[in-house]
Ligand binder design. Sequence first.
Ligand code: BGC
Length: 763
Amino acid sequence: MAKIADLYYKADPFQIIEEGFDPNYAKISESIFSLGNEYMGVRGYFEEGFSLDSLVGSYFNGIYEREEVSSQNYKGIIDNTEFMVNSVDYFYTKVLLDGETLDLATAKIHKFRRCLDLKTGVLRRSFIWELNNGKQVEILFERFLSMSDANMAGQRIRFMPLNFDGSICVSLGLDFTRPHYMSGKNYFSCDEKRAENDNLFIVGTTKNTKQKIASMCKIELPNSPIGVIEKEDNKITLTYQIDLKKQCEAVITKVICNIVCKKSEETNYKKFNVKCEDKWRERTNFHYDQLLAESIEWWEKKWKESDIVIEGDDLNQQGIRYCIFQMHQTYHGTEAGTNIGAKGLTGEAYSGNAFWDTETYCLPFYLFNNLKAAKNLLMFRYETLEEAKLRAKELDCRGAFYPIATISGKECCSLWQHASLQLQASTGVAYGIYTYVKLTKDMEFLHQYGIPMLIEISRMLATRGDYNADGTKYGFYGVMGPDEFQMMVNHNCYTNALGKMTLRYTYDVIEQLKKEGFSEEEIARRYQVSHEEIEDFKKKADNMWIPYHTDTKLFEQHQGYFELPHVDVDAIPIEDFPLYHHWTYDRIYRNDMIKQPDVLMMMLLFNSSFTLEQLQANYEFYEPRCIHESSLSPSVHSILASQLKKHKEAYQFFGFATRMDLDNYNRNTGEGLHTTSIAAAWMNIVYGFGGMRSDGPILSFTPSIPESWNSYSFRIRYQGSVIKVEVTKNETAFQVLEGNDVPVKIYETEYTLGQSRLKVELP
Ligand code: BGC
């Protein structure tokens, strides 16, 4: 894999540290130092302004804009797209001293240090600013987003004049003038702005979707100077003249409260107004230190529950903690109705859209850490079922076709070969329901929400697929599987396998209902599905063709894949990557090169259904053909390599997982973090080195340890119990820390895990 690590940040087990400032790295650091609390996300930009390229990004989960795309009226190709929109800069600051404006692009600075403390979620930046006249002032910026009260955020600025007495001019505000970086346009209008003493309030409304964001703040300053209010169209600020005394600190705090209204309906607007007024009245109770303490407490609890400790590998220790931190920041399931964008809340690439990544890559983290979040992710799909049904109609199918990229449930991908040909979002939802129900036995969810989704997805699969000419094989024609380098293929193995599982599972849960005493009439009435249709699902599942060659034990990625011209991927010059920018689409499509695991992805999802020999044969065949152009790719290979005891290879692939963004491996971290790859990093340790599998009849582990590590440990929440797994060079120990005993298989032996530590030697 042609990927190089930047190694720009200092290694530390619990902090991300930047020492010394390189302006060329500013945009990457803006992504790296992003903060989020599921409700909102803010990039680590310099709040005082920065005159070089910068993405001053502030996003709210579920706040998006809609724009036309030119579809030329082709059926099934979208004519409108939605994207998470850049919004209010609530950290807006300007600093002016002796006629010089603070701007790190031009200012003379010393001792620059920026540090994101993963333990507490606090971001701090400090430096000494030296003016042209020789005056020096030490400045510290601190910010956090509250994890315990999602509306709240805090900003603190500390000035310490080192060699002078004087006065500094500071403006603080709420600023909706920032353009959306990708389009250069501003999508907000602000008709409400007010200021009262040291408090500001502004409401921005998106131009097309008519969603609202209210931002208010309370400012506290030393010696209470009177601020000068300035109101512009989309901005409100207070400007203060603050006296500075040599070697004495002057501290400004700003507590921010943001409230969103996602639905543009009168009743929602009313509720929003009431909430805004209540908060505005309560603003005297906004206390920075108290909010911060509560938020730190939230983090303490999370770290206790979900930390992964690695001894003997500082870089990966930092990397995996960064990933866990970002997962919690992006999503923890407080609110139903939102999803996880491919870049989380950290940038505008992928337009804030959620993909099949959610169910196949992110869900496992939540299934074993936070079931409420796992359920809420699936509830998003239930809440958007009606949209998926409309989409199926547009694509000449019945049932529900889940969008390949979405924010509100509508398809947002304007590339028809992805949007019309990829079934993996729909089958991913079915797979997500299957894994969630298998782990939780949450029958209420299955009956009320799961079955309606399964029926509609199966209905789509039963109409999107076809029998071959002689009627013996069912499968999907004209599709694009996970490997996006093959388009319009027939019988993609992954798609057929997932389709088979979905149709069969739908049939099985309906059969189960019958066993529980539901009559066919009740089922038909409740779920609007006939006995004949359910039987048809079963027949199609039974006849689903999985292209498999018994002699070689190879699954063929799609019908005809083995006849494609071969490309030696190792011979592709490094300058050709990323390939989408250097090769035409058709050139990419007409050979056997693979973008990301396809057959191997199937073998991970249904791992316990395959023999080791099958896995070995397919890994040996497909791995050398894969160029890992997607950040989703290396971890899957790493997990399977571990299973095949290719420990060195597993570790090499793993290297990209935890530090994909910290080391800017894909050269595009500046656009936002690779949230799905971050989720995959967790899987990489737990499923890869820990060898955990939950798709078989019993939870199982086959731990191994990378050569350079002394030990590692992780925790999972499983059926109400918390299990701790520790792996050292020679042995592995399992313990139930909370809850009931758990039956597990470790290597080939079954045990019942309890409160006392069970030690098993590493083979
Ligand atoms: C991958 C897709 C993925 C998307 C968003 C693409 O590069 O090929 O599988 O869903 O990125 O992460």
